[in-house]
Design a protein around this ligand. Sequence first.
Ligand code: 13P
Length: 315
Amino acid sequence: MIVTTKKLFAAAYGKYAIGAYNINNLEQTMGLFRGCIDSQAPFIIQISKGARSYTHKLMLEGLIRAADQVFPEAVFAVHLDHGDEASCIDCINSGFYSSVMIDASSNPFDKNIEITKRVVDAAHARGIVVEAELGMLGGVEEHVQVDEANALLTDPNQAREFVDRTGIDSLAVAIGTSHGAYKFSGTQGLHFDVLAEIQKRLPDFPLVMHGSSSVPQDEVERINAAGGKLLGAKGVDATQFKRAAELGVTKINIDTDGRLVWTRVHREYFRDHPEEFDLRPIGKLFMGEYAKFIAGKNEKLGSAGQLESVKKMLA
Ligand code: 13P
């Protein structure tokens, strides 16, 4: 069942966070649904601009509609990740997406508000909810590339005004994470002080944490042992998810860790089966590993086991 992120956030606020997972193909879609059913978790499917144009924008839509029938017990939102104004309007008009993110965060404050507000007006007219970003994460995400030197933490003093003037439904905050596999160095971590200040100014308002992959070291080591060349990388400590949830984070975005699962499975498989050329054995292996990965993340987010209570709330 497709629902808006707003409904999922109402159920989760202050208690746990909903996993928002980026998908690009059939195998990820199957693994995602299976993992969320296995762990009995509500979830958010994220489709980026790049994922929409990877084959054709209708392809992922078709896969998700089919998965909704294959897994009728699933409860999820379909969300455009890091849209610009044009892609947001396209998704709003598609009648398929329940939520869009407008990322105008690289603009000055007033311009960010102006663009975001236009998207909110168009989305709300069709019952679709909007996430927007204030502050700037470092790293690379689709068309958005921000050097660490230019990454900006969200200013808590601007957060209330931004929400009031745009009418958004959730706010993506920059509290020290970055996109991609290369996030933190040394002992750097999340800025819970900034998050607490934002929550004070926006009590009960759903916050979103991007760039939340953990980049597990054992995964990186396995990839490199199978021929990969990933440099030293460190991600978000997943034991911090619950603390973030208590401070108002209701959506946690994870993409890179899923890509690492894909890379590890494929590198190891072809290293160990050099004679193999069939797509399906490796596809099946990946779907199983991806489902396990998703279920494990949902445990850490606290969303595992919440499906029944969400369904009751929606009834
Ligand atoms: P990661 O690169 O940490 O997985 O973050 C993904 C993300 O924030 C997508 O919007």
